[in-house]
Design a protein around this ligand. Structure first.
Ligand code: TZP
Ligand code: MG
Length: 218
């Protein structure tokens, strides 16, 4: 199971408060710092390295997440998720359909989907997704084919259309997280503001604080 036996898994909406995306190039020390800072959801997202290298890198992240009681999802690849015993997958509109991933991984897996519109989100929800990621909220340096940023309102449009928890993604850092929560998000998915920070642990802690305060309405 994803968490040590005898512990109750917190709701997904708590685990998703700070959702950090790492790649095969992310030093394990950065992953450790982020987990130490309280991040409870990691996504392994590696689109370029050879698959044998991805398996090795993802397995190291898997082990770190276990030690910290965090969940690990794999971007794009259901086979890689199975190979390393990840907790689930995150799928875009061009990846395996949500219902297919669900059939392969079973009812206990977490399946997330990227949706840029309310319509896509309704379809993903009906197909059995557990949460939705939407964006880009702000301009992102991390995804070459990302379209024009929508602003935090995309989180409102998507979250009002469905019951599932929604996270915003794209250019979110300190100061940009609270508007996502106020728009109805349960959390933020981030790369550069944490993984690219001089002190990734401090950046993760600051963003998590901002999210938690916004969730409390402060
Ligand atoms: N999908 C939409 S924006 C994005 C992805 C994967 C990249 C997010 O990275 P950053 O550095 O937090 O903008
Ligand atoms: Mg994808």
């Amino acid at each position: 199971g994803p968490l040590p036996a005898g512990r109750i898994a917190p709701p997904l909406s708590d685990l998703l408060s700070l959702y950090v995306l790492v790649s095969g190039a992310t030093p394990l020390s950065v992953v450790e710092a982020v987990l130490q800072a309280g991040c409870r959801m990691i996504q392994f997202r590696e689109k370029h390295l050879p698959l044998p290298v991805q398996v090795e890198a993802a397995a190291r992240v898997r082990e770190a997440c276990w030690r910290h009681g965090a969940l690990l999802l794999i971007n794009d690849r259901v086979d890689l998720a199975q190979a390393v015993g990840a907790d689930g997958v995150h799928l875009g509109q061009d990846d395996l359909p949500v219902a297919v991933a669900r059939r392969i991984l079973g009812p206990g897996a977490i399946v997330g989907a990227t949706c840029e519109t309310a319509g896509e989100a309704r379809i993903a929800q009906a197909a059995g997704a557990d949460y939705i990621g939407t964006g880009p909220v702000y301009a992102t340096p991390s995804k070459a084919d990302a379209g024009k940023p929508y602003g935090p309102d995309v989180v409102r449009r998507v979250s009002e259309a469905i019951r599932l928890p929604v996270v915003g993604i794209g250019g979110i850092g300190i100061g940009g997280a609270a508007p996502v929560i106020r728009a109805g998000g349960v959390g933020v998915a981030v790369i550069s503001s944490v993984v690219g920070a001089p002190d990734p642990g401090a950046a993760a802690r600051a963003i998590l604080d901002e999210v938690e305060r916004a969730k409390e309405g402060v």
